[in-house]
Design a protein around this ligand. Structure first.
Ligand code: ADP
Ligand code: ZN
Ligand code: ZN
Length: 760
């Protein structure tokens, strides 16, 4: 039996529903529980063992210490509980381990292993009187300080700030404000503390903002919205999941807000999922207007400590203070809910809901349906462009379908104009990357003081550099992919592994110095715009410009307040943002999306174009969209123009059926990775062969993906297509067995095998 040293938590961190949920995730997505745990628990709550080194007060040097040992000791004497890393840093040594061993032998230091979580409460330092004094006693104390003017000043300042009186409780005084108001230093304050006149104490405070904001009542729904909401309510009587298929700007969000209110009235929690952090900044202010500080946000731009506090807030289930609504991106499905009534999944078609790497490779929408089931809660999916799978589930009757086909205030859907790139290039009428149509459109919008959004599916300046004489293209040294040119820092960057390098002065193949950039990304668009429209205020929203949490907020705020004229962006600008004064949306290159080699490319292009278009003309007047393409007759482009989701859906469904893809079949992708390409090929062939014996023609590959080497690992995929009627659980069990059999072969031991269930 061992003694209890410390109590780590006052209440369990994880509830039973979470355990069931994790089990399901690990089982369905074929990963281990540890991987789920890692994704589910905020890093700040994870326990890690840490080595702490400290100086032994009772140490008496018997033998001579070396110079470096002396140095280390002097650092340790001045600070307690130092980690090896900090010690290395402070001493300037690469590795202090040998010296530490010697010091340990000589009895100069202590080393302790501790299990700690990195989370620390945020504390405020306060000052108060050491004890209750009567007026007389206080007068004496002040008199006693008459020779120590500085100390007296601090005491006076304290009495003043705390509005000291014998009758009333004093007000709280922080050490910081006390020093400020008395113009004093902390050493003088310390003297008063040492004399036991004042006392320092600490109180923990929340990092999260619980300040009361002004709330306003719910907006009244219009007739279409009212009809839709009552259909949703009705559908929940017989079905657990409902899809709200509403065109962009039809007022879906207002409907969600009404449904959230109903759940709050019932004392239930609501999880509101969004595909993109940029979106949370807009929706949060709409929700706070109605629900005040009962709404919390959760996403990866919060720091570790903040995320711990959101987690604890929900966990503690405090009727006074806990959030009732959580707005978050995919990882928020892992929060410790105990009483969910409704999950809203906005923009449910977005593929950012799927986690690619690392495991668990879960789809937050699909996992949320199981989460809802655990809580016996309902799920509302919402979008203007449903995922094919989702719409098919509606058609089959698994989900209810509610439609909302009128924009709020009957603003017309934007007018969509096609700009033929081929023709403009042939007639030499391009303004750099802009067709005459788009160029004039931008000019007109700027003249009218209206805003413009320009969309391009690529960040950076140019997707690659190319030698004009021999066609050589610089590639990443770790990955089989060309490097993207970023002009702002004059670097070639690999978007897969982050490797970056200076652009070469000359071609590595023929030494020609004539290197040109090919294609264009958001950065180049921004650059060209500045040349053509020097008066316009232009900003860019992509991964490169939104690394910090406040970057999003600033960009969106500025654009909302018309401090910007043109916003250039990647898919970040396509997702559900709501701006009032955007009259023109330009899509610079529809073809790159349409021609992407993936069976979902057409579905995605439709969704992307329809969604970006939806940013135009949301209030006041009809907006305009200009799509630049080499192929204006493309059926997908045509269905975007006609706002004809259904025809896109039907064509896609018949293609999916013919070529055996979801929703008719389930897919499981098996990825093998190794640094040795030959070994990898052998392993993949062996596995594919054994799988083929079992699954026959439902096994495809091994096949190298588009980018077949990342960070020096070669990659091949084997794809399994499972008939809907056969059991996926059994197939997964077999896959696991076969993968283990392969790994049991000595020479394939080091091959990495990963599963991706329902890959996107
Ligand atoms: P969606 O989510 O379908 O794109 P939103 O809910 O964002 O649409 O609505 C579009 C715009 O119309 C928003 O600015 C919203 O505030 C406004 N709006 C929608 N419904 C109402 C309503 N019933 N009353 C007042 N304004 C509304
Ligand atoms: Zn060359
Ligand atoms: Zn790379």
């Amino acid at each position: 039996v061992k003694d209890i040293v410390a109590c780590l938590d006052e209440f369990p961190l994880i509830n039973n529903l979470q355990f069931s949920f994790w089990d399901w995730i690990s089982d369905y997505y074929q990963c281990n529980l540890g991987e789920v745990y890692k994704a589910a628990i905020p890093a700040g709550l994870k326990l890690e063992s840490q080595t702490k080194i400290s100086y032994r007060e009772d140490f008496k040097a018997e033998k001579q210490l070396s110079k470096t040992e002396e140095l280390i000791l002097s650092i340790l004497k001045n600070s307690k509980d130092v980690s090896i890393q900090t010690l290395n840093q402070a001493s300037g040594l690469k590795n202090a381990l040998p010296q530490l061993k010697k010091l340990l032998e000589k009895g100069a230091i202590e080393v302790e292993e501790r299990v700690l979580s990195s989370y620390k409460e945020k504390q405020i330092k306060y000052v108060r009187l050491f004890r209750d004094y009567s007026e007389d006693e206080l007068g004496e104390v002040l008199n006693g300080l008459s020779r120590a003017k500085k100390q007296q000043e601090i005491l006076f300042a304290y009495l003043n700030l705390s509005k000291h009186s014998i009758a009333d409780k004093p007000e709280k005084v922080t050490a910081a404000e006390l020093l400020l108001s008395s113009q004093s230093s902390s050493s003088i304050l310390k003297t008063l503390v040492d004399k036991q006149i004042l006392e320092i104490y600490f109180e923990s405070i929340d990092r999260l903002d619980f300040s009361d904001s002004e709330t306003s009542p719910l907006k009244e729904l219009n007739a279409y919205q009212s009809k839709a909401i009552s259909e949703i309510r009705d559908s929940f009587k017989s079905k657990n999941t409902s899809l709200l298929h509403g065109v962009t700007s039809s007022g879906k969000t207002e409907i969600y807000i009404h449904l959230i209110q109903e759940q709050i009235n019932l004392g239930k929690q609501v999880l509101y999922l969004l595909p993109e952090i940029a979106l949370t900044t807009q929706i949060i202010s709409r929700l706070k207007h109605v629900f005040g500080n009962r709404v919390g946000v959760y996403h990866s731009k919060f720091n570790d400590a903040e995320r711990v506090e959101v987690y604890n807030n929900i966990q503690q289930n405090d009727p006074e203070k806990s959030y009732q609504v959580i707005l978050g991106v995919r990882s928020s499905i892992f929060l410790p809910f105990n009483n969910l009534g409704l999950i809203i999944i906005d923009e449910e078609h977005e593929n950012t809901y799927k986690q690619f790497d690392p495991a668990p490779r879960y789809h937050a929408r699909d996992a949320a349906l199981f989460l809802a089931h655990l809580h016996q809660a309902k799920t509302l999916l919402g979008t203007a462009t449903p995922a094919i799978e989702t719409y098919a589930n509606c058609k089959q009757g698994k989900y209810a379908l509610v439609e909302l086909m009128h924009r709020f205030q009957d603003i017309k859907m934007p007018e969509i104009q096609l700009a033929d790139l081929k023709e403009a290039k042939r007639k030499k009428r391009m303004h750099s990357i802009f067709t005459p149509e788009l160029f004039e459109g931008i000019t007109l919008a700027l003249d009218n003081k209206e805003q413009v959004i320009l969309f391009q599916n690529r960040r950076g300046y140019a997707p690659f550099l190319e030698c004009k004489s021999c066609g050589w293209v610089p590639h990443c040294e770790n990955c089989s992919v060309s490097l993207t040119y970023h002009q702002y820092n004059n670097q070639l960057v690999c978007h897969y592994c982050g490797h970056s390098t200076q652009p070469p002065q000359s071609c590595k193949q023929c030494e020609s110095t004539d290197m040109v950039d090919k294609g264009f990304g958001t950065e180049k668009i921004e650059d060209e715009l500045r040349g053509f429209f020097p008066q316009a205020r232009i900003a860019r929203m992509d991964l490169d410009t939104t690394r910090s949490k406040s970057a999003y907020e600033k960009l969106i705020y500025k654009f909302e307040n018309q401090e910007l004229d043109i916003l250039v962006g990647t898919q970040m600008v396509s997702k559900g943002l709501d701006f009032d004064h955007v009259s023109l949306v330009g899509i610079l290159n529809a073809d790159s999306m349409l021609n992407f080699p993936d069976f979902r490319a057409h579905e995605r292009s439709y969704q992307m174009m329809a969604q970006v278009s939806g940013r135009a003309g949301r209030k006041n007047k009809q907006g305009k969209v200009i799509i630049q393409t080499h192929d204006p007759k493309h059926p997908i482009v045509q269905s975007v123009i006609k706002n004809d989701y259904l025809s896109m859906y039907q064509t896609q469904m018949s293609e999916r059926e013919e070529f055996i893809y979801p929703p008719f079949y389930r897919l499981i992708n098996i990825t093998l990775k190794h640094k040795n390409n030959g070994l990898l090929t052998q392993a993949a062939n062996t596995l594919a062969k054994s799988l083929r014996k079992i699954f026959g023609i439902r096994i495809f590959g091994p096949q190298a993906p588009l980018v077949s080497r990342i960070q020096n690992y070669y990659i091949v995929n084997i794809l399994l297509k499972i008939e809907k009627k056969s059991s996926p659980a059994k197939a997964k069990w077999i896959l696991n067995r076969e993968a283990n059999n392969l790994k049991a072969i000595e020479r394939f031991k080091t091959v990495m095998i990963q599963f991706d269930v329902d890959p996107m």
